[in-house]
Structures are given as C-alpha cells and as structure tokens.
Write a protein that binds this ligand. Structure first.
Ligand code: ADP
Ligand code: MG
Length: 251
C-alpha cells in the first residue's frame, strides 16, 4: 500500500513540530526517518496514525485521504504501529496477548459469543509469534519478558491487526548493540515476508545506512533531505545539521 503525505502541518503552541511536510513512501518500501531530537519524527508518525489531529495536510493510502478518520478507522484501513508495552496485558502470556489481539481484530467480521477462542485464532497467534521470533516465550507472562522481547511483542501485536503500512518509532531504543541488530534483522525479515510498506525512526546510523533503502531527514519539522544511504551520507546539509553533531556521533 502506498503512503503519501501531502503538506502535513502540526503546531504545538508556537512550535511547528511538523511544517508542511510532503513525502511519498511507495508500496513495499523500507524507509528510515532520521533527524535530531525534537525534529518532529514522532509527531510525524502520530499524525499519520491519527493519534493527534493535524492542523492541515493529507495522509493518502493508495490515493485515499484518511486525514479525517479516527485512529481506529485508519488502523482498519491498514496503518499499523507498534503498541506501547503498557497497552498489552502484562499478566497474560505472550500467546494469550496475541490471541486477544487477533480476536479483537477478527471481531469486526464474526460473532464472538459462539466460540472462544474463535476458529483459527490460536493458529494466527502462533503465526505472529513465529514471525516475531517469540515462539520460545509463548507461555511467558508479558511483564517479565526481556526488553527486546517486549518490543517484539509490541510489533507482533501490531502485525495481528494485519497492517499494510507499519510505523516503528525507534524499535531498537534502549538495546545493546547485539540486541539491536537482532531486532532490526527481524524487522527486515518481517518487511520482506509481509510485503509491508515499512517506515522506521532510528538513531543508530550504522543500522539506518545498512538497512533502509531510502532515508528521509527531518529537521525543525521540515524535510531536510531524502535519498539513498550514500546520497544522505554525502549530503552537506545533513552532515551539518545532524550527522556531524556530537549527539549523532555519541550514539
Ligand atoms: P522527535 O521524535 O523527532 O524527537 P517530537 O515529534 O517528539 O520529535 O517533537 C517535536 C516537537 O514537538 C518538540 O518541540 C516537542 O516538544 C513538541 N511536541 C511533541 N509532542 C507534543 C505534545 N503532545 N504536546 C506539546 N508539544 C509536543
Ligand atoms: Mg521521537
């Protein structure tokens, strides 16, 4: 599914967090969004998913504008994003959490009162665990998973809703170098297997340059640059605004 953003704008008080941003993410593409802290990256995702209302602009899914739709309606149209850990059920196991998500998603088609779990739910939950690499912790309570596995559960929960476009806001945050690579390889595999239009925000430039085919750079709420990893690496404006800063080097 193609995701097209046109003239998207959002201010918080006097701060233009997203300022007339237009970007196209082709169907099946894998893109990274980068930029300094406060550049507006998370806000950009929040406006696409419908978590916040935009002041102006369009969010087009295969040319259909969803900007006036609620968060849930956009989800039904195919926009997915990783849940916050807090939104899963901490005392339920990984498998139970995924069965709940699959059931909720299936609920819009079937009558749930007849049979629980509905036919196929356990199988679908199993498929999501397989995709996310969580099969070995199927019976572990969500609350006691490792940080990395909790993040994977977030992603698996998002996948249970069958997104066509998946937004991941810093999927490797808080992880050590080894765990980061494990996570990002998973994300890449998911993208390949599900043919998703995947957009991820990431601070680790090694990961960005190796994994993303296209990179979009935000700065002060505006698009500073977009291009391939080598184009971005050699873009003087990007080096000046972001790559050359101590903050980026310290990561
Ligand atoms: P990034 O994810 O790139 O670090 P954010 O999108 O979180 O940046 O923030 C962009 C700007 O918008 C910042 O100045 C931030 O303080 C502001 N901002 C983000 N969310 C809110 C909010 N809910 N209320 C007020 N200001 C916000
Ligand atoms: Mg952010």
């Amino acid at each position: 599914m193609k995701l097209e953003i046109k003239n998207l704008t959002k201010a918080f008080g006097g701060v233009r967090a997203i300022d007339d941003v237009s970007l196209t993410f082709p169907s099946g593409s894998l893109s990274a969004v980068i930029g300094p802290n406060g550049a507006g990256k998370s806000t950009f995702f929040n406006l696409i998913s419908g978590a916040f209302p935009a002041d102006a602009g369009q969010v087009l899914l295969d040319s259909e504008d969803v900007i006036r739709l609620s968060k849930n309606d956009r989800m039904r149209r195919g926009i997915g994003r990783a849940f916050q850990v807090a939104s899963c059920f901490p005392t339920m196991t990984v498998e139970e959490n995924l069965m709940a998500a699959v059931t909720a998603h299936a609920g819009r088609w079937g009558d749930l009162s007849r049979r629980f779990p509905p036919i196929g739910v356990r199988e679908r939950a199993g498929e999501m665990m397989e995709l996310a690499g969580l099969t070995h912790v199927a019976d572990v309570e969500a609350a006691i998973l490792s940080h990395g596995d909790q993040k994977l559960l977030d992603i698996a929960l998002a996948l249970a809703l069958e997104p066509k476009v998946l937004l991941l806001d810093e999927p490797t945050a808080g992880m050590g170098p080894e765990e980061r690579w494990r996570m990002i390889r998973r994300v890449r595999d998911l993208w390949e297997q599900r043919q998703l239009t995947l957009v991820f925000i990431e601070h680790d430039m090694d990961i960005v340059f190796q994994v993303a085919s296209t990179i979009r750079v935000l700065c002060y709420g505006r698009v500073l640059a977009e291009g391939t990893p080598s184009e971005i690496r050699n873009n003087q404006a990007v080096i000046d605004a972001y790559l050359g800063t101590e903050e980026a080097q310290a990561e």
